[in-house]
Design a protein around this ligand. Structure first.
Ligand code: UDP
Length: 495
C-alpha cells in the first residue's frame, strides 16, 4: 500500500518469549491505533500468542499485520514448534534456540530492507538491530521489558558494586545513587550482577545498543515511578518514553482482554467467571507467578497449605510438573477446594486482565513480573510480593518500599527462570503476607487506598493530556519530522 507523505510505516520485532511478546505487541497495536502502519515480524509458533488480537484490530480497520518467518528448526536440530524461551522449553534446548535466532538475523535485516519502514521498534534482546537501522538511515527504538527502577538499580550495582562490600550473602547493603534508600542482599541480585558471566556481556552489549538507539520504550507511566524515570534518562543520556499501562490502553474491551495470550474463551462463562461472580467484593486472592515459572513439589505443597489455612477464597494459576506425586497432590487439592468452594485452580494460562478487573478480586500473590505489577496497579490491587528471577527483586522494592502497596512474603534468593532454586518459602511466611494483605484494618488508610489512587493515575495517564498519551503523541510527532526531513533531503535538487 502506497503511504501518503509524512505517514509513518513501522516494523516491530519482539523477542522469542511470551512475556516480552505480550507488552511489545500491545505497544505495536497502540501505534496502529494512532494511524501508524505496523508490521510485526515473528515466527509461526510465537505468532499464536497474539494473532487473535491482530485480527481483531485489522477487522477494526487499523493498519496492522503480522509477517511470519520460519524458525530454522531443522538447521539447529530442534523439533518443530520449539522456538521460544518459555516455561515448557526444555533447558538443554535453549542454546539451540539462540542459534536459530542468530540465523534469523539475516532474514530480519532483509525484511527491514524490503519493507522500507520509517522506524523500527525492537526488543532489547536484538541489540544488532541498532546497526541495521543505521544502515537504512532510520531510527531504532528499543523496547525494555522492565521498570525504570529496575534498570536504574542494575546500573547502580554495575557502577558502584555495593554488593562486594557486604561480608555475607545475606547482609543488607544500600543501592547507591538512587532517589530512595533501597536495601538488598547479595542473594537477591541476579547472578550476572553478582559476578560477571556471559549474560553480563550480553547486558553490556544491550546497554551500548540502547545508547546508540533513538530512544527506549517502557510499559510504565510517569506517576508510577517518576523519580526513576528522570534518574534513568539522566544516567543513560538517552530519550525514553513511558507509554503504559499498555495492557489497559491496547485492550479496551472484553474481547481484547480475552484474546490475549493462550486463554480459551469457552472456559470463561462456566468456569472461573461464574465462580468469581458468586464471591463478595475484594474477597478473593489471585495467585499467579507469570508465564515462565514452575515450582518444585515441595513449594507447591507450601502454597496450597498456606492458601487453605488462610481462610480466604482464591484463584491459583498453577502448572503441573510433568507427572509424579506433585500432580496427584494438586489434583486432590483441587478436588477438595471445589468441594469447599474456597478455591479455583486455573491450569496453565489465565485470562489475567479479565480476572484482575473483577470486583471480587482483593489482592495478588505475585512474582513481581513487571507486566503483572503494572496490571495490578491498573486494577488498584495491593500485592503480596514473591520475587523469583529476572529483575523481580528490584520490582519488589518499588512495590513495597517506594509505592507501599505491597507486603513481602520474604523471598531471599534470586534464581534463574528455568531453575527451581534452593529456597522453599514456608506456609507460615506466605500465610503472614496474605493475612496482612487481606486484613480488614488495611481498608482505611494503607496499601489498598494507595493502590486505588495509583489506579486512578494509571487511567489518567492514557487519556488525552495524560503523561503516556502525551509521550505517544510526542514520539510520533518526532518520528514524522525525521521522515519529512529525510524525504525533503531526498527530493532536494543537487546543487
Ligand atoms: N499472563 C496471563 N496469564 C497467565 C500468565 C501471564 O495473561 O496465566 C500475562 C500477564 O497478564 C502479563 C504477562 O502475561 O501481561 C506476564 O508478564 P510478567 O512480566 O508479569 O511475568 P513473566 O511472565 O515475564 O514472568
Amino acid at each position: 500500500m502506497e503511504k501518503k507523505k509524512g505517514e509513518l510505516k513501522s516494523i516491530f520485532l519482539p523477542f522469542l518469549s511470551t512475556s516480552h511478546i505480550i507488552p511489545l505487541v500491545d505497544m505495536a497495536r497502540l501505534f496502529a491505533l494512532h494511524d501508524v502502519d505496523v508490521t510485526i515480524i515473528t515466527t509461526a509458533h510465537n505468532a499464536t500468542v497474539f494473532q487473535k488480537s491482530i485480527d481483531l484490530d485489522a477487522s477494526r480497520g487499523r493498519p496492522i499485520r503480522t509477517h511470519v518467518v520460519n524458525f530454522p528448526a531443522a538447521q539447529v536440530g530442534l523439533p518443530v514448534g520449539i522456538e521460544a524461551f518459555n516455561v515448557d522449553t526444555p533447558r538443554e534446548m535453549t542454546p539451540r534456540i539462540y542459534m536459530g535466532l542468530s540465523l534469523l538475523q539475516q532474514v530480519f535485516e532483509k525484511l527491514f530492507h524490503d519493507l522500507q519502514p520509517d522506524f523500527i521498534v525492537t526488543d532489547m534482546f536484538h541489540p544488532w538491530s541498532v546497526d541495521a537501522a543505521a544502515k537504512l538511515g532510520i531510527p531504532r527504538i528499543m523496547f525494555h521489558g522492565a521498570s525504570y527502577l529496575a534498570r536504574s538499580a542494575a546500573h547502580s550495582v554495575e557502577q558502584y558494586a555495593p554488593h562486594l562490600e557486604a561480608k555475607f550473602d545475606t547482609d543488607k547493603f544500600v543501592l547507591p545513587g538512587l532517589p530512595d534508600n533501597l536495601e538488598m542482599t547479595r542473594l537477591q541480585l541476579p547472578d550476572w550482577l553478582r559476578s560477571p558471566n556471559q549474560y553480563t556481556e550480553l547486558m553490556r552489549t544491550i546497554k551500548q545498543s540502547e545508547k546508540k538507539s533513538y530512544g527506549s520504550l517502557f510499559n510504565s507511566f510517569y506517576d508510577l515511578e517518576s523519580a526513576y524515570y528522570e534518574h534513568y534518562k539522566s544516567i543513560m543520556g538517552t530519550k525514553s518514553w513511558g507509554i503504559g499501562p499498555v495492557s489497559l490502553w491496547a485492550n479496551q474491551d472484553a474481547q481484547d482482554k480475552a484474546a490475549r495470550g493462550y486463554a480459551k474463551e469457552e472456559e470463561e462463562k462456566e468456569g472461573w467467571l461464574k465462580w468469581l461472580n458468586s464471591k463478595a467484593e475484594s474477597s478473593v486472592l489471585y495467585v499467579s507467578f507469570g508465564s515462565m515459572n514452575k515450582f518444585p513439589y515441595s513449594q507447591l505443597v507450601e502454597i496450597a497449605r498456606a492458601l487453605e489455612d488462610s481462610g480466604h477464597d482464591f484463584i491459583w494459576v498453577v502448572r503441573k510438573n510433568d507427572g509424579g506425586e506433585g500432580d496427584n497432590f494438586l489434583e486432590e487439592f483441587e478436588k477438595r477446594m471445589k468441594e469447599s468452594n474456597k478455591g479455583y485452580l486455573i491450569w496453565g494460562w489465565a485470562p489475567q486482565l479479565l480476572i484482575l478487573e473483577n470486583p471480587a478480586i482483593g489482592g495478588l500473590v505475585t512474582h513481581c513480573g513487571w507486566n503483572t505489577v503494572v496490571e495490578s496497579v491498573n486494577a488498584g490491587l495491593p500485592m503480596a510480593t514473591w520475587p523469583l528471577f529476572a529483575e523481580h527483586f528490584f520490582n519488589e522494592k518499588l512495590v513495597v518500599d517506594v509505592l507501599k502497596i505491597g507486603v513481602p512474603v520474604g523471598a531471599k534468593e534470586w534464581r534463574n527462570w528455568n531453575e527451581f532454586g534452593s529456597e522453599v518459602v514456608k506456609r507460615e511466611e506466605i500465610g503472614n503476607a496474605i493475612a496482612s494483605l487481606m486484613s480488614e484494618e488495611e481498608e482505611d488508610g494503607g496499601m489498598r487506598k494507595r493502590a486505588k489512587e495509583l489506579s486512578v493515575a494509571a487511567k489518567s495517564a492514557i487519556k488525552v493530556g495524560g503523561s503516556s498519551h502525551n509521550n505517544m503523541k510526542e514520539l510520533i510527532r518526532e518520528l514524522k519530522e525525521i521522515k519529512l526531513s529525510k524525504e525533503a533531503q531526498e527530493t532536494a535538487p543537487n546543487p
